[in-house]
Ligand binder design. Structure first.
Ligand code: ZN
Length: 457
């Protein structure tokens, strides 16, 4: 089944065909590690994780890179304020980022290049841009000369003339043109810097993605992905740098952009005070419910975030895991799970995750009614392609919010309740049920004994 993807570059949905089917390359712009990321920053990693899983089913070798921006004015400011080196700040938040991504069930990318480890290729690329007349050095800065690249604005659909006319009065008089952007900038002694032909300084943000992508994936890559907020200027600038440094070669053949998150219908922003840190949310909600919510809308559309939407995702997972818990005694080979055709078809249709999730519900209903190993296996197989339903159903029901309750204590109380009931001490048995209920634990007495679960929201 061919994979169709909407390409921002051509503004059309096209059948995906890699340049080299033996080595499919994909690059996703990663985080700037000066703090914890917000929940909106997790949408791209989740949906492009699903894309990477789909590509790996179709091609033997997929190389997926997601970078870490570890030198940046915000990191520098945090380091100065705390009196530590930038590597301390970057190290701390890179570790937190990896931990949070893992909690969301995002498989680690094949490589995670960081800017400070690529200063040499960045400098080489800038030198090439200068020697080919696409960049100029002035007062310790190097700027990309936008006028030297007539296709500037093509990716984001902007007209260079209009951009120039609309540019604010330039505060940097050394620029030839107000839209020229920084490739290299000078560092004062207290700021991190590296020696370069233009003096001690540091790279601008855009150039790192061009240099790292070329270093690890090649001069032309198959897919470049990121949030739609990066389309301009970041991705436009990446195209300009890479195309001009590589003699006009296409930089990325497909450009994929995910839509932004809104919060109760409003844009998420620091000034509105509604920025939700992923790290905090993972303490309060089951990670799998956050993952499910992040893929519940089509990736190109905006996605609204609310407590009610998270509760809905928890309830959906409760339903699916209830089916799996009821089928706990039905053995399936989890190493050989089949992928249901309907889910594969939905994902091949420009990563239609809402459709794929609707198919999971159909499969869960079928598994509940049929109760066969085959029906359970396709439900788990569909879940695996989406990165869902891979935990023990009992573990799902025993976690409250983002953490597990004290299962030993619950089991001890249940044992005491069994003993009380056996001794016909119903007052004590009821008191224990009330105590469990106060802990958020619901119990169900059934043929297979007493089951319990914890309220999550
Ligand atoms: Zn980037």
């Amino acid at each position: 089944m061919p994979i169709s993807l909407y390409n921002s570059l051509t503004r059309r949905t096209e059948t995906f065909a890699p340049l080299d089917p033996q080595r499919v390359t994909m690059y996703l712009c990663g985080p700037t590690v000066y703090s914890y990321v917000h929940i909106g920053n997790a949408r791209g990693p989740v949906v492009f994780d699903v894309l990477a899983r789909l590509l790996r089913r179709h091609y033997p070798n997929v190389v997926y890179a997601r970078n870490i921006t570890d030198v940046d004015d915000k990191i520098n400011a945090a380091a100065l304020e705390q009196g530590v080196g930038i590597e301390t700040i970057a190290g701390r938040f890179t570790a937190a980022y990896r931990e949070d991504m893992a909690a969301l069930g995002i498989a680690p990318p094949d490589m995670e290049p960081c800017a400070t480890a690529h200063i040499a290729p960045i400098v080489t690329m800038i030198e090439k841009l200068i020697s080919d007349g696409h960049a100029y050095a002035v007062e310790g800065h190097v700027l990309f000369d936008v006028a030297s690249y007539p296709d500037y604005g093509k990716l984001s659909g902007r007209d260079t003339e209009e951009l120039i006319a609309g540019a604010r009065v330039e505060v940097a008089p050394y620029k030839k043109n107000p839209v020229d952007f920084v490739l290299w900038k000078p560092s004062t002694p207290e700021l991190p810097g590296w020696e370069s032909p233009w003096g001690r300084g540091r790279p601008g943000w855009h150039i790192e993605c061009s240099a790292m992508s070329a270093t690890h994936l090649g001069e032309t890559i198959d897919i470049h992905a990121g949030g739609v907020d990066l389309l301009f200027p970041h991705h436009e600038n990446e195209v300009a740098q890479s195309t001009c440094a590589h003699g006009g070669k296409t930089f990325s053949r497909w450009w994929l952009h995910n839509g932004m998150l809104t919060f109760d219908g409003r844009k998420m922003s620091k000034s509105l005070g509604n920025v939700l840190q992923l790290h905090e949310m993972l303490k309060r909600h089951p990670a799998e419910a956050l993952r499910l919510r992040l893929m519940s809308g089509h990736y190109r559309q905006p996605l609204d975030w609310s407590d009610a939407a998270i509760a809905q995702s928890v309830s959906t997972l409760d339903g699916w895991y209830r089916v799996l818990r009821d089928l706990a005694h039905v053995a399936v080979d989890t190493a050989q799970l089949p992928v249901p055709a309907a889910i594969e078809a939905a994902l091949c249709d420009d990563l239609n995750t809402p459709q794929a999730l609707a198919e999971i519900s159909v499969l869960a209903d079928a598994a509940r009614m049929q109760g066969t190993p085959e029906a359970k296996a396709v439900l788990l197989g569909g879940g695996a392609l989406l990165g869902l339903l891979q935990q023990d159903p009992e573990a799902w029901f025993k976690q409250a919010g983002g953490s597990e309750v004290d299962a030993t204590k619950v089991e001890a109380l249940l044992e005491e309740r069994r003993a009380a009931r056996a001794a016909r001490d119903f007052a004590r048995a009821d008191a224990i049920r009330a105590e469990l209920s106060a802990m958020g634990v619901t119990i169900e007495d059934g043929a297979q004994g007493t089951r319990w679960s914890v309220a999550k929201t």
